[in-house]
Design a protein around this ligand. Structure first.
Ligand SMILES: Nc1nc2c(c(=O)[nH]1)N[C@H]1C(S)=C(S)[C@@H](COP(=O)(O)O)O[C@H]1N2
Ligand SMILES: [Mo]
Length: 317
């Protein structure tokens, strides 16, 4: 599991080809992407120059996150995965999930809402897709920089109109032990469940992702729809979602159920709060040698710290 060579830091060449990139995204989405370029961090993304020549494979065009960190390679993002429904071996997930059927797919949104509704994935792809370059920090102590495609969850929640009694959002992954062999193991209480406080879910940085590197998500990354909450440990970013409910009580996640002393509900990235079995002060960026300091809220503190004003972050880990 420590086999990602440092030579693999180059993003996939096809992503860098502007023409194929536009084909994938469509003109409207590209327009949104260009608009996002003008906005402030961390929505910063491509730096498009209309006169750019077609880039050579290996060229990065300066694709970086707002802290100046280069993207993790497409290769690493799609072959080094945590997705326990398929395997606990990160390097086996892409192979074992290759034939996972993600179409047709629908997502049922209900609970404490005015307008419960089942969305076909096609309906969700009609919501304007934006590109977001985010750091992802796994609780295990490694991290990546990933160019996601998707939309703020807020846009979906506004369509179903949460009731004033709704305080949390609960997410569920598909339950199908034929399709997901890892679910035959009795180690976990399947399906995978995660949750957010409603105000966290309404934050602009919290997205539902449908793609990465300008292409549709592959099964190993949680196709066709997964959560991405960049200021929290990676396990909060639940994959292959089929159900979203607005609820009054704090949901119990799969990880809280499995090991309540190790994994809390909040799971905000915090270098000062160690995991019971290891420090969270540093991390290994996939594709780099050595370790980096872990940043408070994974580097998104100025955007999200106001969500936690007055909270004891040690107790609410
Ligand atoms: N359903 C489901 N979602 C999941 C997981 C999982 O095992 N099952 N693993 C989580 C963990 S621990 C991490 S670090 C991220 C990894 O996302 P990636 O493989 O797309 O990088 O997915 C999260 N979402
Ligand atoms: Mo993780």
């Amino acid at each position: 599991m420590e086999k990602i060579p440092s030579s693999e830091i180059t993003p996939e060449a096809v992503y860098l080809n502007r023409r194929s990139f536009m084909k994938v995204m469509g003109a409207a989405a590209l327009g949104a992407l260009l608009a996002a370029c003008q906005s402030k961090s961390p929505l910063k993304t491509l730096d498009p120059q209309p006169s750019d020549p077609t880039p050579q494979p290996g060229e990065t065009l300066g694709l970086k996150d707002e802290l100046g960190d280069p993207l993790t390679s497409f290769e690493a993002v799609t072959t080094y995965n945590n997705f326990y429904e398929f395997s606990m071996d990160k390097e086996a997930v892409s192979r074992l999930s290759k034939d996972f059927q993600t179409s047709p797919w629908s997502v049922t949104v209900g609970g404490l809402v005015n307008k419960p509704r089942t969305f076909a994935i096609e309906d969700l792809l009609k919501i304007e897709q934006e590109e977001r370059i985010y750091r992802m920090r796994c609780v295990e102590g490694w991290s990546m920089v990933i160019p996601w495609l998707g939309f703020p969850i807020r846009k979906l929640l506004e369509l179903v109109e949460p009731l004033s009694s709704a305080r949390y959002v609960r997410f569920e992954t598909l339950l199908d032990e034929q399709a997901m062999p890892g679910q035959r193991s009795g180690w976990f209480a399947w399906p995978y469940v995660e949750g957010l406080r409603l105000d966290e879910a309404m934050h602009d940085l919290a997205i539902l992702s449908t793609g990465l590197y300008g292409k549709q998500l592959l099964p190993q990354n949680g196709a066709p729809l997964r959560l991405v909450v960049p200021w929290k440990y990676g396990f909060k970013s639940i994959k292959s979602i089929v159900k979203i409910d607005l609820v009054e009580e704090m949901p119990t996640s799969l990880w809280m159920e499995a090991a309540p002393n190790e994994y809390g509900f909040y799971a905000n990235v915090n270098p000062q709060v160690p995991h019971p079995r290891w420090s969270q002060a540093t991390e290994r960026r996939i594709g780099e040698l050595g370790r980096r300091e872990t940043l408070m809220f994974n580097g998104y503190a100025s955007e999200v710290e106001s969500l936690y004003t007055g909270m004891d972050l040690q107790a609410n880990f």
